[in-house]
Design a protein around this ligand. Structure first.
Ligand code: GLY
Length: 378
């Protein structure tokens, strides 16, 4: 944004955070079993939870390592990313998940951007082909979750997996990936949003007619509530889809989501959302640091596409989010939190899993948001 002056105190805090983050990830890497990926850590018991490479979050750890290497030049982080990427590679053939964008583009995509290489290109193109097998042209969407044959479940989160497809068309010249991505975005735009521009979490389409059979939640507080991370995925996903296509309809949707979020009476003054905008027990409900990190990163990007006064509103909100996440209320003290950067993420509240814990994606998008903010400095 022209004439924007980044907050110099926040820039200093970000530099300190990035250097602390490199040290935290050294700790995390020391405690990681050789063939597994970090999932979360329970500070009260000192126990970790790890995953195999097929968990939807497996790309965030290598992706964060690579981002921190770029930010700090610490080559041990790069070496650790290079150690673990070959363990992730086999997921390029995984047609049982819609999360290949998260898994492969946030990791191998990052490595390829850092140092383009034909092997990475092949992994990413194979991943894009695997993801495309989940597209149903009658529904006009990529299937998110496998379920009964009569169901076709699509979640708002799926917008985040489209960047891999846009990249694949740019790289290969095969327009089918682009068409799948834009068709998915158009169908989501038509059906996933309420009149107030909040989004449902899960839609169930008829697989043979494309009719919407059900609109509901899985990870939110209620079918008609606004699950915070879902809103964040929508904001980020439509912003990225605008970047990739330059079609104004996606930009308009991203702006509408931003206005829903920023004007919501339940968005606290420190700008860290409750885990659901309609969570029971507000103001004592849990906050979700991951939703704040994703929103901050998306708002910084979106600020580059809108008029100055609106951009200022987005950037001020992102600044407050970054300042709050950098405070001891959210940022873990060095040497604690199992090496994760942020505390207080909410994974799946209704299931009671990963509630009020560190999360790999909270860290990934926090680091991305800080780097995006730094890049605004002249
Ligand atoms: N995509 C799953 C989540 O946001 O929890």
């Amino acid at each position: 944004m022209p004439n924007f002056r980044p907050d110099t105190a926040l820039l200093k805090t970000i530099d300190a955070n990035l250097s602390d983050a490199a040290a935290q990830y050294q700790l995390l890497m020391k405690n990681l079993p050789e063939d597994q990926f970090p999932k979360t850590f329970f500070p009260k018991t000192g126990q970790y939870e790890f995953s195999q490479s097929d968990w939807w979050c497996s790309g965030f750890y290598p992706g964060t390592l690579l981002q921190l290497f770029e930010a700090t030049g610490d080559s041990s982080l790069y070496r650790e990313a290079m150690r673990i990427l070959p363990i992730l590679e086999k997921e390029k053939h995984n047609t049982g998940t819609h999360d290949l964008g998260f898994m492969m583009f946030c990791s191998i995509g990052e490595a390829n951007q850092l140092q383009p290489n034909p092997a990475y290109r092949e992994i990413l193109l194979t991943s894009a082909k695997s993801l495309s097998t989940r597209f149903n042209p009658t529904v006009g969407c990529i299937k998110s979750w496998d379920s009964k044959p009569e169901d076709f479940l699509v979640i708002i989160d799926n917008m985040m997996n489209l960047e891999l497809l846009f990249w694949a068309t740019r790289e290969s010249g095969d327009s089918s990936f682009y068409k799948i991505a834009t068709t998915h975005a158009n169908t989501t735009l038509a059906h996933h949003f309420r009149p107030d521009n909040s989004s449902y979490h899960v839609l169930n389409y008829h697989p043979h007619t494309g009719e919407v059979m059900e609109k509901r939640t899985a990870q939110g507080a209620a079918n008609e509530s606004a699950w915070a991370r879902g809103q964040a995925w929508g904001l980020y996903g439509f912003t990225a889809t605008y970047r990739e296509t330059k079609q104004l309809t996606y930009l308009e949707q991203a702006r509408k989501i931003a206005q829903f979020l920023l004007s919501h009476p339940n968005l606290p003054a420190d700008k860290i959302p409750y885990w659901d905008f309609n969570a029971p027990g507000i103001p004592d409900a849990l906050r979700d640091a991951s939703a704040a990190a994703i929103m901050a990163s998306a708002l910084i990007e979106l600020s580059g596409y809108v008029p100055a006064s609106e951009a200022g509103q987005y950037l001020q909100t992102a600044e407050t989010m970054l300042k709050t996440l950098s405070s001891p209320s959210y940022k873990a003290a060095p040497g604690t939190n199992g090496g994760f950067l942020l505390q207080h993420g909410v994974g799946h509240k209704p299931n009671g899993t990963e509630v009020d814990v560190p999360l790999t994606y909270a860290d990934y998008y926090f680091v991305e948001a800080m780097r995006r903010y730094k890049a605004l400095a002249p």
